[in-house]
Write a protein that binds this ligand. Structure first.
Ligand code: FAD
Ligand code: NAD
Length: 462
């Protein structure tokens, strides 16, 4: 018999699940969260957003010392790379944050139930842990089981030389030649880490461009910059297989010579992780492994809700977080809210790429009339002072109403700058709203104001 009645049991402690658990506790619910790993925080904190950004920041610092210091008048000698120290720092950042989530659970009296959870009925979860099994009953259940890397049948992971993103975050040496299958966000972010540290990096992308789906003009500029940085990018590449021989991997590409490498990272997307948890047996509707929910994140079965990577859509931590909060607010009889038009997308290369809203291609396809305003970093005083003049800010506004439809930034700290655009989109703002807002000088956000002025042909510095 189930032993403890909770108001809510959350299955999975990623950014979707743990944040939902905290919000539910704030709303007065008695909450438990089932997590099978030995740390809270999910893909994002353990093997995703946080460790990748720690390595990106470390490797960018190295790159700056190597290539930018002299520009600023500094002589820096004997710069070495200590990969184990860099990985240790990354692990410390991760541990600090995952322990922080444990602290938040304690503060909010959320019980972490350790082990693998399965739906036992529409109001209970059975958990297999190291200390045996336990049944948890709850008035509400929230599935936040997340996602895992896609494994291609002709490129099976051996987790040593043919690897997924998790292993690529802990390679103990700078690869001589890292081949990445997939020119998406993971390929370019983790490719950047090892490229900056001295590896040769080849990206094999099946589609005609890297980062398919992002604004075409931005991707074109970014590709040019990445190639200048040393990335070998082959688009339209059809990888047919790979063979391992000791520490070497040979990658076969249709119609081209085989490529020899010491590591092969396969980063061709992630898939919802939803198997062996009894979801289908409980009557939950699934489509190709993705849980189907309504606009309240309800699965249609009992009081079972689902959010985050497990329900598909864009696989982003902040999307999972917002859905978690909204789902719990719906459970509590409140009006949950996620504005998918205002969810920013960021690629943490350098320069960074960030966007919110539609690309030019999407607007054309939808037949929406728009005006474009662009402003290059080369004309922004602060970017010049930082010696960061590559890229631009591009704003797409409705031709008749001036409402913001899309904002795309390729440039320094684009990840931070996009927040202004996301807020403006949330407030249903116009290009003129941004153009009229006073931006401090000299700052990077001034480029946003100038791009907004450019929508109306009024940019001052370009
Ligand atoms: P997850 O974070 O996957 O969490 C699911 C949790 O559920 C896991 O902890 C899992 O162990 C647990 N679980 C699953 N099934 C069970 C079960 N049966 N019993 C017990 N526990 C279970 N997104 C961004 O927005 N920004 C980034 O910079 C970014 N960088 C990334 C970098 C990498 C290398 C990767 C791989 C991903 C990155 N992402 C990034 C994506 C982001 O990590 C995910 O979108 C996000 O973690 C999804 O959150 P979630 O809560 O839905 O699932
Ligand atoms: P992705 O979807 O971003 O990119 C996968 C790429 O692989 C695509 O360009 C696709 O065309 C290509 N591809 C697919 N099959 C291929 C094949 N057989 N050969 C060559 N190329 C092939 O996926 P990802 O980079 O693996 O990342 C997974 C998800 O994790 C992302 O979609 C994103 O949601 C999330 N993520 C986000 C961030 C961030 O927000 N900065 C960072 C990392 C991961």
């Amino acid at each position: 018999m189930p032993d403890t009645p909770f108001d809510l049991v959350v299955l999975g402690a990623g950014p979707g699940g743990y944040i939902a658990a905290i919000r539910a506790a704030q709303l007065g619910m008695r909450v438990a969260c089932v997590e099978k790993e030995d740390a809270l925080g999910g893909t994002c904190l353990r093997v995703g957003c946080i460790p990748s950004k720690a390595l990106l920041d470390s490797s960018e610092l190295y790159h700056q010392m190597l290539h930018k210091a002299s520009l600023h008048g500094f002589t820096v000698e004997n710069i070495g790379v200590d990969v184990s120290a860099m990985l240790r720092r990354k692990d410390e950042v991760v541990t600090g944050l995952t322990r922080g989530v444990e602290g938040l659970f304690k503060k909010n009296q959320i019980e972490w139930i350790r082990g693998f959870g399965r739906l036992a009925s529409d109001d209970s979860i059975s958990v297999e842990g190291s200390e045996g099994s336990r049944a948890i009953r709850a008035d509400n259940i929230l599935i936040a089981s997340g996602s895992v890397p896609v494994e291609l049948p002709f490129l099976p992971f051996d987790h040593e030389r043919i690897i997924d993103s998790t292993v690529a975050l802990s390679i103990s040496e700078v690869p001589e030649h890292l081949v990445v299958v997939g020119g998406g966000v993971i390929g370019l972010e983790l490719g950047s880490v090892w490229l900056r540290l001295g590896a040769k990096v080849t990206v094999l992308e099946a589609m005609p461009t890297i980062l398919p789906g992002m604004d075409g003009e931005v991707v074109k500029q970014a590709s040019r910059i990445f190639k200048k940085q040393g990335f070998h990018i082959q688009t339209g590449a059809k990888v047919t297989g790979a063979t391992r021989d000791g520490d070497r991997v040979t990658v076969d590409v249709e119609g081209a010579e085989s490529i020899h490498a010491d590591y092969l990272l396969v980063a061709v997307g992630r898939r919802a992780y939803t198997e062996e948890m009894g979801f289908e047996d409980a009557g939950i509707r699934m489509e190709r492994g993705v849980i189907q929910v309504d606009e309240r994140y309800h699965t249609g079965v009992g009081n079972i809700y689902a959010i985050g990577d497990a329900i598909g859509g864009r696989m982003l931590a902040h999307k999972a977080e917002e859905e978690g909060i909204a789902a719990v607010e719906f459970m509590a009889g409140k009006q949950g809210h996620v504005n998918y038009d205002a969810v920013a997308n960021v690629v943490y290369t350098w320069p960074e790429i960030a966007s919110v809203g539609k690309s030019e291609e999407e607007l054309k396809e939808a037949g929406i009339e728009y005006r474009v305003g662009k402003f290059p970093w080369a004309a922004n005083g602060r970017a010049k002072a930082m010696a960061e003049a590559d890229g631009m800010v591009k704003i797409l506004a409705d031709a008749s109403t001036d409402r913001l439809l899309g904002v795309h930034i390729l440039g320094p700290r684009a990840s931070d700058l996009i927040a202004e655009a996301a807020v403006a989109v949330e407030f249903e703002g116009s290009a003129e709203d941004i153009a009229r807002s006073v931006h401090a000088h000299p700052t990077l956000p001034e480029a946003m104001k100038e791009a907004a002025l450019a929508v109306d042909g009024r940019a001052i510095h370009f």
